[in-house]
Design a protein around this ligand. Structure first.
Ligand code: DLL
Length: 435
């Protein structure tokens, strides 16, 4: 089933002509409305008129997450605040989060794209959706919500957490579809089992899972324990939120990128050179219809590859493979994006700690765990007869990590000079998850 038959099945030449027209417009617009882009294009010696073909895009400079941070919070918006109807943001210590804005028309486009995703998963207005993506600054909850409403499905805006209650609702309301992170799907299944519930007997038929990396092995496991079809959805706040790309029920192999709204390239993360389709590299997106927050050549740091082979669903939109990794050190812990540098910023804001720490990430059962080990200063350690001082410091770290970054961490204070020292590049993160 296809939501927007016309735009999802355009012959490639027609699609490319549309993309070129939209690309020319967006490049003109950012040059004239966003100071950052005017400077970046001038510095790179390119002008909006240089876009004659789609291929010319590669002459233009990249936009990075650092550029977004440097222009925090609203510096890259291309419309006045009076036209902005919604803001979302990633977590982060002050000044380091990414803030994104939407006009009314952007919300409209986003809702349509999410509706396309749900239809690709076989949903109709007769379905009921259990939406367990988090509502709030995170784009998952509201993004999926508006899309399901656009389709006319019944949405349960359950958001994240409170797992036992979620299971009761799954039983009592009988939703036919669910969306959440893949690890939370497994968590729900496990809790349900513990409560003595036959999770396969629920009415659920399909799940739309994303926001964190997962594997074919996890797909099989989710499908087995919940008795559903599990599909992959991709997106990122900077580009829009969920609904940048979505797997279809017919193909279940790679996610169709909504190329009438986003141009996608894969690049070599080291040299920045554009790679041919099929080759693994970093995804780079250009938004060609967004009003409030258009981005030209945004480096996602997500590693994947483009698949240009036709799909049996009839969509002509190219697909992207599962995200296979990142070209930076960003961790996704229970769906929350966390940079080690943000943890460091929290630690360095607390007196009595040394800049020596270790971050240990694991998956126990289906839950990601985060442990931070940090050395205390000699001074604090000598005063440590007062166990209370240490306890308070530990509590403060837990609280600050939760407050600033939105994740729970276990914190262990260790003696001065007890953590491993590195001669070359420091390696502060141990990711023990086998996804
Ligand atoms: O995670 C948007 C989203 C919500 C996507 C709900 C899908 C479902 P951010 O919080 O900005 O936005 O995080 C974006 O999450 O760059 C990827 O590294 C990762 N990611 C998102 N979807 C997938 C996926 C949302 N299907 C970052 N597989 C991205 C692997 C994913 N990683």
């Amino acid at each position: 089933m296809i939501y927007n038959e016309e735009f999802e099945t355009l012959p490639r030449e027609v699609l490319e002509a549309l993309q070129l027209k939209r690309l020319k417009q967006v490049v003109q617009r950012v040059y004239h409305t966003v100071g950052f882009y005017r400077r970046a294009f001038d510095e790179a010696g390119v002008q909006p008129d240089d876009i004659k073909t789609l291929d010319d895009l590669k002459k233009f400079p990249f936009t990075t997450k650092q550029d977004l941070r440097d222009n925090y919070p609203f510096g890259l918006f291309a419309v006045p605040m009076s036209s902005i109807v919604r803001l979302h943001a990633s977590s982060g210590t002050t000044g380091r989060s990414t803030v994104v804005g939407y006009t009314k028309r952007d919300i409209d486009t986003w809702s349509e794209l999410m509706a396309r995703c749900f239809v690709a998963a076989g949903l109709t207005k007769n379905d009921m959706l259990h939406n367990a993506y988090g509502y709030g600054l995170f784009t998952g909850g509201l993004g999926a919500h508006y899309g399901a409403e656009r389709l006319g499905a019944s949405v349960i805006p359950i958001s994240g957490g409170n797992t036992k209650r979620q299971i009761m609702i799954l039983q009592d309301f009988g939703p036919t579809a669910i969306c959440c992170t893949p690890s939370y799907a497994l968590n729900l299944a496990e809790q349900g089992k513990e409560m003595g519930i036959d999770m396969k007997a629920l009415k659920l038929r399909v799940g739309i899972f994303g926001a964190e990396p997962w594997s074919e092995k996890m797909r099989t496991e989710i499908e087995n324990v919940l008795g559903i079809k599990a599909l992959n959805i991709y997106g990122l706040s900077e580009i829009m939120g969920p609904g940048v790309a979505m797997e279809c029920l017919e193909g279940r192999n790679g996610m169709h990128v909504f190329e009438d709204h986003f141009l996608v390239e894969t690049i070599d993360p080291t040299t920045g050179a554009v790679l041919p389709p099929g080759e693994e590299g970093e995804l780079v997106f250009t938004t060609i219809t967004k009003e409030a927050f258009p981005l030209v050549r945004f480096r996602t740091r997500d590693i994947s590859r483009l698949m240009t082979e036709p799909c049996r669903c009839g969509r002509t939109l190219y697909r992207m493979d599962r995200v296979m990794g990142r070209s930076d050190d960003m961790l996704i812990i229970r769906g929350v994006n966390v940079f080690p540098s943000q943890i460091e910023a929290v630690l360095m804001g607390i007196k009595g700690l040394e800049p020596h720490y270790q971050i240990i990430v694991d998956r126990i059962g289906n839950l990601d765990t985060l442990e931070v080990q940090v050395e205390v200063s000699e001074q604090l350690f000598e005063n440590a007869d007062e166990v209370k001082v240490l306890q308070n410091t530990e509590r403060r770290i837990v609280k600050d990590i939760k407050d600033y970054l939105g994740v729970s961490a276990k914190v262990k204070l260790v003696e001065p000079k007890s953590l491993q020292r590195f001669e070359g590049k420091v390696s502060r993160v141990q990711d023990r998850r086998h996804i």
